[in-house]
Design a protein around this ligand. Structure first.
Ligand SMILES: Nc1ncnc2c1ncn2[C@@H]1O[C@H](COP(=O)(O)OP(=O)(O)OP(=O)(O)O)[C@@H](O)[C@H]1O
Length: 274
């Protein structure tokens, strides 16, 4: 068994969900539930402003918030998008690139420590029997950290650290969830995009920006988020590694729903600490 970092060794999830359970995102157009297992994977959400990214993101955060076996690290470049979840976050970073870099370095150190520990016990990945939390890192809006705030060196350092976490974090129990309203090659370079096992493209303005999210060539094969009508908010194309993009609609969470979920998650946390 891995050495404990956060959870008490005798703590088992007694209420709420597990981060090892599939996360409910919404519904596919054929009526099936869009449930995705995110542990050992990462997800990129992108689309033009107002297309439904925040609502999509909230579904993912809500699941993790209700999981006694998950920690939330929220990076909110706009401060208010994820702000409703703030009190449940283990780490909350607003529009501050130096704090973001410090937090990413800490997370990288924790990931490395977990790998050393896994290596010591001759294991390849953490699993639900380990007394360590899965850490969900949520970054919204990616472009603010990678291209807008701070110096070029800081932005490059941010992208380097994030890429390392996306590339190596999975087996160590680090899930990266990143969202951007700027699906352009400078914000989502192919080398970063390809590391995301799930990609969810809400409405994009051009065929090429849809391809930047989903992968080259999908638009010409008919999987094109630029064809989603502007009024179809919350509709997106979800691509799972090795699959074909599927049209889906996010489950809608109003602010009132989120307040209730935060309160419920807070009660679970209190119960857990008692
Ligand atoms: N799944 C959905 N069902 C119903 N309405 C939705 C859904 N998703 C989004 N909407 C509507 O679209 C609005 C904009 O959605 P959202 O805030 O998620 O967009 P966004 O892409 O995050 O925008 P921005 O990039 O400007 O932050 C919501 O306030 C809501 O009214």
């Amino acid at each position: 068994m891995l050495k404990r970092t956060r959870r008490k060794p005798d703590t088992v999830p007694v209420a709420g969900l597990s981060i090892y359970d599939p996360i409910h995102l919404g519904i596919f157009e054929d009526g099936h539930r869009a449930d995705i297992p995110l542990v050992y994977r990462n997800i990129l959400l992108a689309g033009e402003p107002g297309s439904g990214k925040s609502v999509g993101l909230n579904n993912v955060v809500a699941h993790a918030a209700l999981c006694p076996d998950a920690s939330l690290w929220l990076f909110d470049g706009k401060q208010v998008e994820l702000g409703l979840w703030r009190e449940l976050a283990d780490v909350f970073v607003g529009p501050d690139i130096s704090r973001a870099l410090t937090a990413l370095e800490q997370l990288q150190a924790e990931m490395n420590r977990r790998y050393e520990e896994l290596d010591r016990v001759r294991r390849r990945k953490i699993d639900r029997t380990d007394p360590v939390d899965v850490i969900m890192l949520v970054v919204d809006e990616l472009a603010l950290f990678s291209a807008t705030m701070g110096s070029k060196d800081e932005q490059d350092a941010f992208v380097r650290l994030l890429r390392d976490l996306v590339a190596r974090g999975r087996a160590a129990g680090v899930i990266v969830v990143a969202a951007t309203q700027r699906p352009s090659a400078d914000i989502i370079p192919t080398s970063l995009r390809d590391l995301f096992g799930y990609r969810l493209a809400f409405r994009c303005t051009t065929d090429s920006s849809s391809d930047i999210v989903l992968g080259r060539g999908w638009a010409s094969q008919g999987y094109n988020a630029a064809t989603i009508a502007p009024e179809d908010r919350g509709i997106g194309l979800l691509l799972a590694e090795g699959g074909v993009p599927r049209r889906m609609k996010s489950a809608y969470l109003s602010d009132a729903d989120i307040y209730s979920l935060v309160e419920y998650a807070r009660q679970l946390k209190i119960g857990r600490a008692a």
